[in-house]
Each structure stands twice: as C-alpha cells, then as structure tokens.
Design a protein around this ligand. Structure first.
Ligand SMILES: *[C@@H]1O[C@H](CO)[C@@H](O)[C@H](O)[C@H]1NC(C)=O
Ligand SMILES: *[C@@H]1O[C@H](CO)[C@@H](O)[C@H](O)[C@H]1NC(C)=O
Ligand SMILES: *[C@@H]1O[C@H](CO)[C@@H](O)[C@H](O)[C@H]1NC(C)=O
Length: 354
C-alpha cells in the first residue's frame, strides 16, 4: 500500500538523521532496516493539508431538537484522512439539514493534529473524536488474507456502541473510502423494525465461501445458521440501533466468534465474518443504492470495476484500490472521477514545502 508519507525525500531525511544520531560503526544494515520502518511508520504530525470546505446551512424545514440530529460514526486514521474528508464533504453537500449532522470519529490516538485538521477543514462541523484503544482488539485479531484488514481500527465498529455516548440510540457507521451522493437523512430514517443492524444485503452471493471447511464440517459450528437465511452484507455501511446492540451484548457475541477463530481458523477475511455469524439473516435490508461497494476493484490484480445497474446513493471503494491513490498515480479507474469532486486535499505539508 502506498502511503503519502513515503516520499523518497522523507526516507532520505530519516537516513540522514539516523547517520547523525548513531555512530556509523554501530549501525549495521539490520538496524537501518528497523530504524527505517520506524521512521516510515505513519504518525500524525505530518498530516496532509486540506482546503477549507464552505459552510453548509440547514434549509427552513429542518428541526433543531435532539431528535432531529443524525449521528454518523467513522474511524479516523492519518492514512485514510483524505477519504474521510471527502466522505464528510459529500454528506454535507447532499444534506437538506447539514447542521443536524453529528460526527463521531474513532481514532487509535487522540492526536491534537487530527482534531485541528478536521476543525480547519470543516470549521462548522459538529464532531467529537473518541479514543479507541487498539489493545481492546489486538489479542483477538487473527491474520487474514489481506494485511490491510488486520488493522485494529478495522475492528473499532464492534466497540462503537460502548464508545459513543449512551444518549445516542442510533448511529450510521461508515467506512472512509466512500462518498454519499444523496441525503443521508433518508438512510437515517430507515424503519429498523426490531432489528439491530440495517444494511443492504446480498442473498445471491455464495455464502459458503466466507467460511472454511473447518467451519462447515463441524456441525456444532455450522448449525449457527440453522433456521436463518444468511445473506452477505458489507459492514462498511450500517445503520446500528446501538441501544439494542448494548442490551443484546452484541460486542461480546462478535468477540466470542473471534475467540473461536483464534483457536480454529473458521474464516479467511478480517472483521466481516464474525459480524455475519452473529447477524446475517437477521438484519433489516436496505435498498442496494446505499452501498455500491467493490469500486476499489479486484483484491489482487487491481482491476477496475464498473458501476452496477440501478440508482446510486452511496459509492464505496471497498477492495484494494483507493481512488486518491489511483488518481495520484495517474492510473485512475473511470469510477474514481466520481470521487474526485469531493477531494479537499491540497498538499502534503511536510516534505514538499520550500
Ligand atoms: C453536537 O452534537 C451533539 C450530539 O453528538 C449535541 O449534543 C450538541 O448539542 C451538538 N452541538 C451543536 C452546536 O449543535
Ligand atoms: C460456493 O462456494 C463453495 C466454496 O467456494 C463452492 O464449493 C460451491 O460450489 C459454491 N456454490 C455455488 C452454488 O456456486
Ligand atoms: C458438539 O458439542 C457437543 C456438546 O457441547 C460436544 O459433546 C461434541 O463433542 C461437539 N462436537 C464436535 C464435533 O465438536
């Protein structure tokens, strides 16, 4: 994965400081390797710089009481910040009541730089940053087939209900590699009936492939899906009834499956399968227009995907490719031009100045 911080210049600078700090005689090749990886590790003090977004104002018909507020939760990570900014802008731009949006960001560290980055990009945004302690999940993550899926922050959504304030009863959880091109309030107002999660579901997907032979051949495990019509859903776009989630102890239920996975490999991917184990076949189905996923393309070949037919309210670059990386590398997919208008990125301040 290409990070914007990995400019050859920053590596050079890192090497230089290394040579200045350590006598050459004690610097073996292997320490250089280790040092370099430390220097390259994403930190938040050299975040990219963004343009300031305009102020978005409520239209006349918008209420202003607590019950009119729309709660959106996302993770916050220096490497995906450009995606987060674009996602936020897209929501504000298409909202009838943009001032009613309240953002809840989960971050592995409470870096003041992250706060000021959002504040300076969206001066009027109502947002809170919460610390999500990676240690809460670190011991429970087992290696998946895609390293990017093993990041602790990927599992933060499991703990969402415990992190955001208890007076928030419903929240929309969104990944950072998407843009919303419709009024988010329509998704917010979905009738969840008695369900804990609402999301688009895909019942024609071959469900078998999400779990290993170990899982299907053990009747104790595979009977989990007995009496359910389990359908795939993408955990990158979910409306969550966090009240019900808390009361039903869903965090623990998902974690129980992660513990089973630790013992016996029952699935290949990261955070999705334990969600499917607990919730598949028991969610409120939402129109597919709310998650045109897979636009990141093929996991291994970086192939471009085209749009599925039908109306679209949300475009999601799940998969390996991210639109900002492909645009920067001048090898964009056609769908990436749909993301570009929401890009607030100005420059990477650090090494490119002067
Ligand atoms: C911001 O959102 C919170 C809910 O997360 C709400 O309590 C607060 O009143 C809002 N602030 C403003 C200025 O609207
Ligand atoms: C579903 O996937 C499994 C495992 O990948 C495969 O064995 C099975 O034939 C597939 N079923 C259908 C209906 O495609
Ligand atoms: C299934 O569960 C039962 C009761 O918990 C246990 O006795 C049995 O050994 C289990 N079977 C397998 C294949 O794990």
């Amino acid at each position: 994965m290409a990070f914007w911080r990995f400019s050859p210049f920053s590596v050079l600078l890192g090497l230089l400081s290394l040579l200045l700090l350590h006598p050459i005689t004690t610097t073996t090749t292997s320490t250089i390797g280790i040092r370099l990886s430390i220097i390259r590790k994403p930190s938040d003090d050299n975040l990219p710089v963004f343009r300031e977004a305009p102020a978005f104002r409520n239209s006349d018909q918008c209420g202003s009481s607590d019950s009119d507020r729309i709660h959106v939760a996302m993770t916050l990570d220096g490497n995906y910040l450009r995606g987060t900014m674009a996602a936020v802008l897209s929501m504000l731009q298409h909202s009838t009541c943009p001032e009613n949006l309240a953002f809840h960001f989960l971050s592995a560290h409470l870096a003041p730089e992250l706060y000021s980055s959002i504040k300076s990009t969206f001066p009027y945004l109502n947002f809170t940053i919460y610390r999500f302690d990676p240690n809460r999940v670190r011991g429970m993550i087992s290696k998946s087939i895609r390293q990017a899926l093993d990041q602790p922050l990927n599992y933060a959504r499991i703990h969402l209900a415990d992190i955001i304030p208890t007076n928030v009863g419903r929240v929309i959880y969104l990944d950072s590699d998407l843009v919303v091109v419709d009024d988010i309030e329509k998704l917010w107002n979905v009738d969840m009936e008695d369900k804990v999660v609402a999301a688009p579901e895909y019942c024609h997907a071959n469900f078998t492939q999400y779990f290993t032979g170990t899982f299907w051949s053990d009747s104790n495990l595979s009977k989990t899906f007995e009496g359910r019509n389990p359908c795939y859903f993408n955990t990158g776009v979910m409306v969550v009834n966090v009240d019900k989630w808390r009361k039903g102890r869903y965090t623990q239920r998902v974690e129980e499956w992660m513990a089973v996975q630790k013992q016996r490999r029952i699935y290949q991917l990261g955070s999705l399968p334990p969600f499917l184990l607990v919730l598949a076949g028991n969610i409120k189905a939402v129109d597919h227009r709310w998650n045109q996923h897979g636009l990141g393309g093929d996991n291994f070949e970086g192939k471009c995907r085209s749009l599925h037919p039908g109306p679209i309210s949300l475009l999601h670059w799940s998969g390996k490719g991210k639109p900002w990386l492909r645009l920067d590398s001048r090898k964009p997919c056609t769908v990436d031009y749909l993301w570009a208008p929401y890009d607030l990125y100005r420059s990477s301040r650090h090494w490119l100045e002067e």
